[in-house]
Write a protein that binds this ligand. Structure first.
Ligand code: PMP
Length: 451
């Protein structure tokens, strides 16, 4: 056991003053204390080892404990421990260049500290861009129900999940929500692709009804993650881009989860051929969670509206720690490793060969749908296939709890949609070994079959 002092973390007699996100909600999670991590595994203060099947919060793309990344942070801190991005520092300049290269077109990147902040910056950029290009009325931001975009009030207002929102209402004005491409429970009918395209059509209807001159942007995750792993037809993403272009609505692609290899492409939107979002937001896998960093990459032609010299039209948004030199150095090393170790190819290969085995669970009466892309997988759990009634919360907790007893951490779309928190989530580090992936498949399969 590595921890020297062992505290009692129970709610009743807590000797910890920490308020974690599960406090007074999930006792088991509340009391888990991690002390170390290596590869896809972490060890708690009882010496128990767990395979982290959701990569922390879907962020540990390269897993725990990569010495190379630790060294990159330490070396940068020794050289230049801090510097604000009201001027430039080398790792930020280099990283912005790298991000532009990875996105396949010229993008200008603004750095922050998290995914929420990356989205907040995007919303402000959208409003200012339209202001400075003769369309000051285009302030509305449309997102999808079940989408997740962060915790801060703007990002939360774009997050259209009732249970995460209602206690903090009212939301920021100007945020609207449209139906997602959720073919399993489609209100549109038809096959998956047809239903997805109708969901895209609804976006256009909304833009028309609201008045094109009032709509500034549409924000989407290429694959809704926290809202239940929803994987639309790639035609949906292409159609959405066409609609946005037609109405001068900027397309913000939230790649916070899907960026940096998670889905078997460097960025999720790259699955949809020809799509090139106006703004791409990222965090999590950008540093594999080693240090905080958020990024808002903006197409150069949009950035051009912010650079007229002598005019007061620059982006009025300064972040003390955004683009911290150590975070940027870590991101550069992280990307270097992703490229060197061909992580994207690995995710494609092993996602299919190993996690693909979980497709077989569709035979089980409680599994309504298996949704999977790369190392991102959702199992929609139901009481029976015909009724599609969502499996109840207690059963869902039982699945997650039993996996934990076996040494596997998995997730569920907890507390997102009233009565529909019934998607089991598996999203392991992209460096998970073949044995790790076998362990995930065997454990999840055995627990679900024991239901
Ligand atoms: N966007 C998406 C798609 C996310 O999943 C998250 C976090 N889970 C965020 C934004 C917010 O990121 P952060 O927690 O770093 O603020």
């Amino acid at each position: 056991m590595e921890a020297q002092v062992k505290m009692d973390y129970s709610v009743e007699k807590t000797s910890s003053r920490l308020w974690n996100a599960m406090h007074r909600y999930n006792k088991d999670a509340e009391q888990t204390v991690a002390v170390s991590g290596e590869g896809s595994w972490f060890t708690d203060d009882n010496g128990m080892k767990y395979l982290d099947g959701v990569s922390g919060l879907w962020c540990l793309n390269l897993g725990y404990g990569r010495q190379e990344i630790v060294n990159a942070a330490a070396e940068q801190m020794k050289k230049l421990s801090y510097f604000p991005l009201t001027m430039n520092h080398q790792p930020a300049v280099e990283l912005a260049g790298k991000i532009s290269e990875l996105l396949g077109e010229k993008y200008q990147t603004f750095f922050s500290n998290s995914g929420s902040e990356a989205n907040e910056a995007a919303f402000k950029i959208v409003r200012q861009y339209h202001n400075q290009t003769g369309n000051p009325g285009k302030y509305k931001i449309i997102s999808r129900y079940r989408g997740y975009h962060g915790t801060t009030l703007g990002a939360l207002s774009a997050t259209a999940q009732a249970n995460r929102r209602v206690k903090y209402d009212p939301p920021v004005p100007g945020f609207l929500h449209v139906y997602p491409p959720y073919s399993y429970r489609s209100i549109f009918g038809g096959g998956a692709e047809e239903s997805d395209l109708k969901a895209a059509q609804m976006l256009e209807e909304m833009i028309n009804w609201e008045g094109e001159e009032t709509v500034g942007a549409f924000i989407m995750e290429p694959f809704i993650s926290g809202g239940g792993v929803i994987i639309p037809s790639t035609k949906y993403i292409q159609r959405v881009e066409d609609i946005c272009k037609k109405h001068n609505v900027l397309l913000i692609m939230d790649e916070v989860v899907s960026g940096y290899g998670r889905t078997g492409k460097m960025f999720g939107f790259m699955h949809a051929e020809g799509v090139q979002p106006d703004i791409v937001t990222m965090a999590k896998g950008l540093t594999s969670g080693y240090l905080p960093l958020g990024a808002t990459a903006v197409k150069s032609e949009i950035y051009d509206a912010f650079k007229e010299e002598g005019k007061n039209n620059h982006f009025r948004h300064v972040s003390t720690y955004g683009g911290h030199p150590a975070s940027c150095a870590v991101a550069l090393k992280n990307i270097e490793i992703i490229e060197r170790e061909k992580i994207v190819e690995r995710v494609n290969d092993l996602g299919e060969k190993k996690l693909g085995k979980l497709d077989q669970l569709i035979e089980h009466e409680n599994v309504g749908e298996v949704r999977r892309i790369g190392f991102l997988l959702g199992l929609e759990m139901v009481t029976d296939k015909a009724s599609k009634v969502p499996l109840d919360e207690l059963k869902m907790a039982e699945i997650v709890g039993k996996c934990k007893q076996e040494g596997l951490i998995i997730g569920k779309n907890g507390d997102t949609v009233p009565g529909q928190n019934n998607v089991i989530i598996v999203a392991p580090p992209l460096t998970s070994t073949e044995d790790d992936l076998d362990f995930i498949v065997e454990t999840v399969s055995a627990v679900i079959r024991s239901l």
